[in-house]
Design a protein around this ligand. Structure first.
Ligand code: ZN
Length: 377
């Protein structure tokens, strides 16, 4: 999950899930550190300064998270899990103390502040996909209230899930716009919460890249569900609408074509590989969690487009079954996850196009040698 957990080395990939209630949470930002690092070296100080401040802030938060254990399972709740979200939006008023001033609660009328309304709607859209498509009641499947703070800090170039709530910066207006704009960014961050409560994938190396990929996959699916788009119609981008006009790029990442989201003088080039041939070995970014996530991301895209129709239905269901099914170890690697998706496709849909689409998708990103199916558990 974090550097300390990983320093202990790998034990086994079976049944090493941490005890419930003692899960370390990861400080998961939508913009990875290597992007901000590049930006912080820009000659133009109006670009470099906000990036540097965001980096410094995030580094401090990462250290804090490493020494803090957040309960993965909240204290007993009185009410049974509901089919309705319980959202609260706060205004951090450009400070860094959380959550800030409460500005919109569940069922309250719209605010005059569009950041507040986008956050409210995005939390609702994420809640709705997980409920309608998979029967999941909020992040923890027990009706966890969804809290978000907007207008965090000054010119803050990021959004994150801190283990308990969502936080959005306004962006510096030079490179990044308001982080509440893309619904998939919001859904990406909340999916880190779902992962935290389920497979709890360690945030390092391949398991970390799988963690990131889960967030991109379900982030994109929330957007597709909101827009009523099929797999063929979707843009498969994460963070479209977040970059200003001065950036040469369309988004932060692309599941359809990893490595093509941006190629910019200041931001650099999207470093994501789409296949194992281009796997990036690096110690940065927790072992490339935002980089090599391109590989499982692209596998999902290949499976979803091979099956066609709504990607959140069969392809999304298979991925969800693996994430939440209990067989995915917290230090799983890509091949482990791939094997489980083939098995999950078989368990849910039997011998058929789902299983072959999933197997072909992994082969398409260079992960082969998967058994045709593994026996039902
Ligand atoms: Zn993330």
């Amino acid at each position: 999950m974090d550097a300390n957990a990983n320093a202990n080395g790998r034990k086994t990939r079976l049944a090493t899930r941490p005890a419930r209630g003692h899960r370390h949470t990861t400080f998961c930002t939508i913009v990875p550190p290597h992007v901000l690092d590049k930006l912080s070296h820009a000659e133009d100080t109006s670009l470099a300064d906000p990036a540097r401040r965001t980096l410094e802030h995030d580094a401090l938060q990462r250290t804090r998270r490493r020494i803090t254990t957040v309960r993965g399972v909240p204290a007993a709740r009185a009410a049974a899990p509901s089919d309705k979200p319980r959202r609260t939006i706060y205004d951090a008023q450009h400070r860094t103390s959380l959550p800030g001033r409460k500005v919109r609660g569940e069922g309250d009328q719209a605010s005059g502040d569009e950041s507040v309304n986008r956050a409210y709607d995005g939390l609702g859209a994420t809640f709705e996909l997980f409920l309608k498509a998979y029967g999941r009641r909020s992040i923890d499947d027990s009706g966890l209230p969804l809290n978000a703070s907007v207008h965090y800090s000054e010119d803050y170039n990021n959004a994150f899930w801190d283990g308990e709530q969502m936080v959005f910066g306004d962006g510096d207006g030079e490179v990044f716009l308001d982080f509440t704009i893309p619904v998939d960014v919001m859904a990406h961050e909340l999916t880190h919460g779902v992962t935290q409560y389920t497979a709890n994938l360690e945030y390092f190396g391949q398991s970390g890249a799988l963690n990131e990929s889960m967030s991109d996959v379900f982030g994109s699916l929330v957007k597709q569900h909101v827009l009523g788009q099929s797999a063929e119609e979707a843009d498969w981008l994460i963070g479209a609408g977040l970059l200003t006009d001065r950036v040469t790029g369309v988004a932060l990442r692309s599941l359809k074509a990893p490595g093509t989201a941006y190629d910019d003088d200041v931001l650099g080039k999207d470093p994501q590989p789409g296949t194992m041939d281009d796997y990036v070995h690096t110690s940065r970014d927790n072992g490339g969690v935002h980089i090599n996530s391109g590989i499982p991301n692209h596998a999902f895209y290949l499976a979803a487009t091979a099956l066609g129709g709504n990607a959140w239905e069969r392809a999304g269901q298979i991925w969800y079954d693996v994430l939440t099914g209990g067989d995915l170890a917290s230090d799983a690697e890509f091949a482990d996850f791939a094997q489980l998706t083939v098995a999950a496709a078989h368990t849910r849909y039997g011998e058929g196009e789902e299983q072959s689409a999933v197997r072909d998708a992994w082969a398409g990103v260079g992960i082969t040698d998967l058994r045709a199916h593994v026996g039902a558990r």
